[in-house]
Design a protein around this ligand. Structure first.
Ligand SMILES: Nc1ncnc2c1ncn2[C@@H]1O[C@H](COP(=O)(O)OP(=O)(O)OP(=O)(O)O)[C@@H](O)[C@H]1O
Ligand SMILES: [Mg+2]
Length: 399
């Protein structure tokens, strides 16, 4: 998930300043606005006299409990209501901690703090009781064209619903030639490409209008197929569509076409989970390697999952799962055999494996894979209650 918080920090020590500098290189915080002003709690109290308050304020203080208390009181007088305040201090004392929390400070961290400590504190305090649940975004991309990536994406969307009975939205981003609706025997009234023409217009009402339903829990944004020359969607529009969908469903399953451009790479970055689908040949291995290396440079340890598809079509001439593992450093999470008859029959009937071939061993493989993708009850969570910052003061900002 990419957070979009506005964060301002007022460190005192060099260590805290360095830990703060690491925050925006975390993928999840790459979209946050982070400003750092050296000078600690006293500087913060002065700063907000004539500056608007961000969503999260981090202040460092090296004084004792009374000093911190006084500093926070001055801060509370100038900070707009509803802002989250995280204090970094040198006092390692449970009583002082409890007092600050009871007064509405969102978190108290004992220095020295790491980037991870700061990141965890911010995420923790921004989980409001009223915040909307965030669905898990799972994207499928083929290392090459025609490998079976769309077939897998549609089947996983269906299987996630079948296992969890929770809402799932499938988004087919193959805007001209997408088959998600077709493969589920659905007939979209409007193509998802039309929803992407103006990012400012995208909201839940618009998304509902473009969706077609496959039972009570599976909704699909797709196309009937069209040769209309489309203006490429803006990365912002695609990102917004996904963000809206994740407030509406527990899982958002995205079929990304085998293409490379800014909105494709942006969507991969926005995803919680990326699945690279490859057939066992040399060109697939080369392009899977490129995708894995790109992910490593942009998403660090958030490695994609590898699925081998149409395996054993070429029998002895094909590459093995081990060849892929040796090159990519990742074993395939799923190995789908080549079965032209099965997939042709299902495609012609507009059925998923779990509908038309429930007893086929592939159905069980898909179910196991869905568990790896997070299939369980209650994935989207609402967080617990936190007191308001210095709520007992109840002083609005002086105007
Ligand atoms: N394991 C399989 N064995 C045999 N045929 C398969 C298998 N998986 C998918 N197919 C068939 O291969 C064809 C291409 O599949 P699909 O559209 O899912 O691939 P894709 O990677 O999304 O391709 P594109 O690059 O066109 O988006 C379809 O006819 C599908 O039914
Ligand atoms: Mg496809």
């Amino acid at each position: 998930m990419l957070y979009r918080f506005s964060i301002e920090a007022f460190p005192l020590s060099k260590e805290t300043e360095e830990s703060l500098a690491g925050l925006t290189s975390h993928r999840e915080f790459s979209r946050c606005k982070v400003a750092v002003h050296v000078g600690g709690l006293p500087r913060a109290a002065k700063h907000y006299v004539d500056n608007p308050s961000p969503q999260v304020i981090l202040v460092e203080d090296e004084g004792g409990p009374e000093e911190i208390q006084k500093g926070l009181e001055s801060l509370a007088e100038v900070v707009e209501p509803g802002r989250k305040v995280i204090v970094i201090g040198g006092i390692n004392d449970v009583q002082a901690y409890r007092r600050l929390i009871s007064q509405g400070v969102s978190e108290y961290l004992v220095a020295p703090v790491s980037t991870e400590d700061i990141a965890a504190a911010i995420v923790g305090c921004m989980k409001d009781p009223g915040s909307t649940p965030r669905g898990r975004v799972i994207s499928f991309i083929g290392a090459r064209g025609g490998v079976g990536s769309s077939t897998l994406a549609a089947n996983m969307a269906w299987t996630l619903v079948d296992l969890t009975q929770e809402p799932v939205i499938g988004i087919d981003l193959d805007l001209n030639f997408g088959t998600m609706a077709l493969s589920l025997n659905l007939d979209p009234k409007q193509s998802v490409s039309e929803a992407l023409t103006d990012s400012d217009r995208i909201d839940t009402v618009l998304v509902e209008r473009f969706m077609v339903e496959h039972g009570p829990n599976l909704s699909v944004l797709s196309t009937t197929g069209s040769l209309k020359e489309l203006t490429p969607p803006s990365p912002d529009a695609v990102e917004r569509l996904i963000d809206i969908c994740r407030t509406m469903a527990t899982f958002v399953v995205i079929d990304i076409p085998h293409r490379w451009n800014t909105w494709v790479s942006n969507t991969l970055l926005q995803s919680d989970e990326v699945i690279v689908v490859a057939s066992p040949d040399l060109a697939n291995l080369r392009d899977a390697k490129q995708l894995f290396e790109w992910h490593k440079s942009r998403r660090g340890t958030a490695t994609p999952k590898l699925v081998l598809s149409k395996a054993d079509a070429a029998k002895r001439n094909q590459l093995s799962a081990k060849d892929f593992q040796d090159t990519l450093g990742v074993a395939p999470s799923l190995n789908i055999g080549f079965d032209a008859t099965l997939f042709a029959q299902l495609a012609n009937n507009g059925q998923m494996v779990g509908e038309g071939a429930r007893n086929h061993k592939l159905n069980e493989q898909f179910r196991q894979f869905a568990f790896q993708l997070g299939a369980r009850k209650g994935v989207a969570t609402r967080a617990g209650k936190t007191p308001k910052f210095m709520s007992w003061l109840k002083r609005p900002k002086a105007s």
